[in-house]
Design a protein around this ligand. Structure first.
Ligand code: FE2
Length: 198
């Protein structure tokens, strides 16, 4: 299975002012493209190539294949990241079943927001913060570099990219402001709900 770069599900200027056209051009066209190209190179001679992308993530991590973990992992992470955002998203407009789980497992919306931002802020260096389903419950997680919750026995339902390439053009070093804008103004809760219910 060759990895392919999908088109963004919205226009490059659709997420302004919270994420600029320039950021999306670099992030999608250059950075995500590089993960696709490098991932395909690593997969070319790999016995994992015929598996689904979810399975490649899990097996590559178990086998400590750093090239696949980082490049196929990042391809998986970015495929969903584009869909985890939408124009006029974010805030508390959350489908009921998902909101109930946030209340039950994450202490309600405000605590979820605080803990998610904190996970992104305290991820040292490059990585991701997440809401994931683990052992039937929601949990806040963070992972370094190209790793994701699949590699740690969990199913990601929301993730935010805290690599500098995701925020430095728009926020410089203010990672907290970027994370707060992501939760308050960008999250596509309908896509999160789809992954929660799947
Ligand atoms: Fe990224």
């Amino acid at each position: 299975m060759a990895l392919e770069l999908p088109a963004l599900p919205y226009a490059y200027d659709a997420l302004g002012p919270f994420m600029s056209k320039e950021t999306l051009e670099f992030h999608h066209d250059k950075h995500h493209m590089a993960y696709v190209t490098n991932g395909n190179n690593f997969l070319k001679d790999s016995p994992l190539a015929s598996l689904s992308i979810d399975e490649i993530c899990k097996k590559a991590f178990a086998e400590k294949s750093a090239g696949l973990v980082n490049n196929v992992g990042q391809h998986y992470n970015h495929l969903h990241f584009w869909n985890w955002m939408k124009p006029h998203g974010g805030g508390k407009k959350i489908p009921a079943a998902l909101m109930n789980a946030i209340d039950a497992d994450l202490g309600g919306y405000d605590k979820m927001r605080t803990d998610f931002v904190q996970a992104g802020l305290t991820q040292f260096g490059s990585g991701w913060c997440w809401i994931a389903k683990k052992d039937g419950k929601l949990a806040i997680m963070k992972t370094p570099n190209g790793e994701n919750p699949l590699m740690h026995g969990a199913q990601p339902i929301l993730g935010c990219d805290v690599w500098e390439h995701s925020y430095y053009i728009d926020y410089r070093n203010a990672r907290q402001k970027y994370l707060e804008a992501f939760v308050d103004n960008l999250v596509n809760w309908d896509y999160v709900e789809q992954r929660f219910s799947a």
